[in-house]
Structure formats: C-alpha cells, structure tokens
Design a protein. Structure first.
Length: 419
C-alpha cells in the first residue's frame, strides 16, 4: 500500500511539473484572474493599507471636542421580544453617558414585551411608546420612536444588542464635526440567540470581525461607507427628519437611510472603539433566513436608488461605492460561477492542480485577513477564531454565495418577506 501511495504521489507531482512548465503568463492570468486581480488585491492590499493607517493613528491620533456632549435619544424597536427586552434596557441604562433618554417602541407585541418594559417606564427611566397594532416593519417602529425623541442625536439599537459602557461616548464623538452626519458602531457576536456557542455562531463571530475591522474600517477611510447598521448607529436627528425619516419600502431600512444620508453630501464614520454585542442565529435555517433578507434588502435599496447610475450631481465617492458594491456583490457572484464552470471544462489532469493552487492561495488570503482583523480589533481575544479559516474557505463562503444567489432570485420574482 505504501508503495502504491508513493507511486501515485510521484505520478501526481510529475503531472504537476509538466503542467506548470507548460504555463505561459497569459494562460496563468486567464486561469487565476479572480484570485489575483480581485481577491488578492482587495484582501491583502486592504489589510496592508489598514495596518499602515493604524500605525499612523498610533502616532497621530484623532482629536475630538471633549466638551461635545449632546442629548442622545436611544431608540429600541421591539416586536415580541419578551425574552431579551429587559437585558437591552439594562444595557442602555448602564452606558456611561449622562445626557441620554431611552425610548422603547413596543410595535404591537402580542407577548409580554410591554409588561416587562412598563416598570422601567413607571419609574421614569425610559419612555415606553406602544402601538396597539404592529406597523409591520422596523422602519415604522423607528419612525414612531422618532416622534417622541427629544435628543439632538438619534442612536438606534436592536433589542438583541448590548452596548458596552463607554461605547455611546465613542459613537457620538465624531458627530461634533459638522462634516459628519452619522456614525457606525462596531457590532460583534456575543453568542447565539438562545445562548448557544456552536459552529454557526462562531463562524458568524469570525465573519463579523473581518466585516467590521477590515470592511467598515476601509470603507470609512476611503469615504465609501454605505451602511450604518441599525443594530448600533448614530445620526443627527435634523438630518434624519430632513430626508423624510425611515422609508418602509425596503426590508433593510438602515441601508436605505444611509443612502439618503450620503446623498446629502455628508461623511459617515466608523468608530471601532464603540463596541456592541449582538446575538446571532444559531441554526443554519435561521441564518439562511437572515442572509436572504439582507441580500434582498440590498437589491431593493440599490434598485430604489438607481438614479445614482448615469446621472451627474452626486458625490463621486458615493457613486464609486455603489458601483463597487454592485460589481463585488452581484456581478462578481455570477462571474465566479462562470469561472468555476470554465475550470470544470478543463482537461482532467489539469483541473486538480488549478484547484489545489487556488485553494492554497485562498487559504493564505483568508488567514492573512483574519490575523489582520484580530490585530486591528480593540478586542484581541477575537483572534481565537482564526482556526476556522479552512471551514470558511472550503464550505462557508461557497455556500453563502449560493444563498445570495437565491436571495437575488427571490427578489426578482417578488417572493414575500417580513421583518
């Protein structure tokens, strides 16, 4: 058996060198174009830029007005959240920010959500705003809360999100600069929605780490940030009202509102130090439902704001950000599938070598990005998820691509979606 294994390995390596020596630069580029021209440049290049920028900020940190302490209205929309509403309220109350009010919007709950929140309201610690009939959307609940908000700054927090004690102070700081209209907090995964810490929850913690510490950081640095997460984000109330508040015609109201903010010509900031913790889906079915919703909402919002395409007058960075998102999230999704089909049509002896080399490159890029994200993170313990790199490359990212494809199809055929 050992001899057969050695012989097979010898033949394999011989075929590999024959294939490798027969490659021309053009053939190599045509074979691996998505790996080198797109993925390597974006992942490794972005990581290097952010590492250099982080070192620069160590030497020359940003300075904000220490006296800027506007009144903040924290709006927590809740629909049938009896299991988690109390901890959300307690977390908001414990934030180290003196000039704040907390508004809990009970959006027609049929469980004990209002009964749990009522004692806090009776003691004057929160405002409890109740709707007898559910609005049917998170946008409706947030708009209802805005009606009662007296703060100059609006902070939206999901009912399943907990705020670290000093995060509110950090989140508000950049808004003292009139050039900024909104700030995005650093949302992380604490555990599963029912307390589990299984594989799917750990994968999402890994994913959020890269998304925030690399994705949001780089977008904010380059002026192409397009999403202020509804889970933990801050806005000037005057800007929110000037653009008509939240619209209910998309299922990702935070993405839509951010688009409208960007059309005002204002800048958005990502604040890594403003950390909040959320509870992730802990089954593949729940995860898929969430991701289909997000992807459909992205498609709805891009379509709604299609006047950005081909028209002048909009901020150039906004237009470039939209084209980049469309290319990476939509066009490239189909291009990769075409690339895989083309690889499968190659000669059988060649295919294993191409796939092994591609796999090795993707492993290197994935490991490089997760280590970079961990180094940039204010919570260095996040590096513990680096061991999930093979699972991300071999299973999660390919599977997520098919989920996104289904989401786009469901949007095209207008299948029903709910908050």
């Amino acid at each position: 058996m050992a001899l057969d294994l050695f012989t097979g390995l010898h033949v394999f390596m011989g075929n590999f060198w024959t294939w490798y020596n027969g490659l021309t630069p053009l053939t190599f580029l045509l074979t691996f174009w998505p790996v080198f021209l797109i993925d390597f440049v974006r992942s490794v290049g972005k990581s290097c830029v952010l590492l250099v920028h982080a070192l620069y900020r160590k030497l020359r940190p940003l300075e904000y007005d220490p006296g800027y302490m506007p009144k903040v209205s924290i709006i927590i929309p809740a629909h049938n959240e009896e299991a988690i509403i109390e901890r959300a309220i307690e977390s908001a109350l414990e934030t180290n920010y003196p000039n704040k009010e907390i508004i809990v919007v009970d959006d027609g709950s049929t469980d004990r959500t209002p009964q749990i929140a009522f004692p806090y309201s009776r003691k004057g610690r929160i405002k409890l705003c109740q709707r007898n009939v559910a609005s049917g959307s998170k946008a409706g609940a947030l708009n209802y809360g805005l009606f009662f908000a007296s703060g100059d700054i609006i902070v939206t927090v999901d009912a399943d999100t907990l705020i670290e004690r000093n995060s509110l102070r950090e989140l508000v700081k950049p808004l003292g600069d009139p050039a900024f209209s909104a700030t995005s907090g650093n949302v992380r995964i604490l555990r599963g929605e029912h307390g589990a810490m299984n594989l799917i929850v750990k994968i999402q913690a890994y994913e959020y780490l890269i998304s925030m510490e690399l994705g949001r950081r780089f977008q904010a640095l380059s002026g192409t940030l397009l999403i202020i997460s509804g889970a933990f984000g801050a806005f000037h109330k005057s800007f929110v009202k000037s653009i008509g508040q939240y619209d209910g015609d998309t299922i990702t109201e935070d993405f839509d509102l951010t688009f409208k903010m960007r059309k005002l010509g204002k800048r958005l900031a990502f604040v890594p130090e403003a950390v909040s913790w959320t509870f992730a889906p802990e089954t593949w079915k729940a995860w898929k439902r969430q991701r289909v919703r997000w992807t459909r909402g992205q498609a709805e919002t891009l379509w709604k704001h299609r006047n950005l395409f081909g028209k002048r007058g909009f901020d150039l960075k906004l237009v470039l950000a939209v084209y980049d998102m469309l290319f990476i999230d939509v066009v490239l999704l189909f291009a990769r599938m075409a690339w895989l089909i083309a690889l499968l049509r190659m000669d059988l002896p060649t295919f294993p070598f191409v796939m092994l080399l591609s796999l090795g490159l993707y492993m290197f890029m994935e490991l490089f990005t997760i280590v970079t994200a961990g180094l940039l993170s204010p919570r260095k313990g996040d590096l513990k998820y680096a061991y999930l790199t093979p699972i991300m490359v071999l299973f999660y990212r390919p599977y997520y691509a098919f989920v996104r494809l289904w989401a786009y199809i469901s949007w095209v055929f207008k299948l029903e979606s709910k908050w």
